[in-house]
Write a new protein. Structure first.
Length: 79
C-alpha cells in the first residue's frame, strides 16, 4: 500500500537497470562512466550541426533476448 505513495516500484526498476548496466560494463571491460563520456563526445560533435536536438541524445547498453549486449544511440533531428 505504501509502495504506491513512495514509488518503490520505480526505484526497484531503476536499481535493476543500473545493475544491468554495471554488469554489461564488466562483461565488455568498459570503464564505469563509458556511456556518459560517449554521450558527452556525441553532444560535442553533433552540436556543430543545427539539424540535431543534442539535448535529447541518448546512449545506452541494452541486453538483447538472444543474450548479447547492444550499444544503442539515439540522435533525434529537430522538428
Amino acid at each position: 500500500m505504501l509502495d504506491f505513495l513512495f514509488g518503490r516500484g520505480k526505484s526497484k526498476d531503476e536499481a535493476r537497470k543500473r545493475l544491468t548496466l554495471v554488469l554489461a560494463y564488466e562483461r565488455r571491460g568498459l570503464p564505469p562512466n563509458f556511456v556518459e563520456k560517449l554521450r558527452d563526445d556525441l553532444v560535442s560533435v553533433f552540436s556543430k550541426y543545427p539539424q540535431f536536438e543534442v539535448r535529447r541524445i541518448e546512449v545506452d547498453i541494452k541486453r538483447e533476448k538472444e543474450g548479447f549486449d547492444e550499444l544503442w544511440i539515439s540522435i533525434p533531428f529537430k522538428i
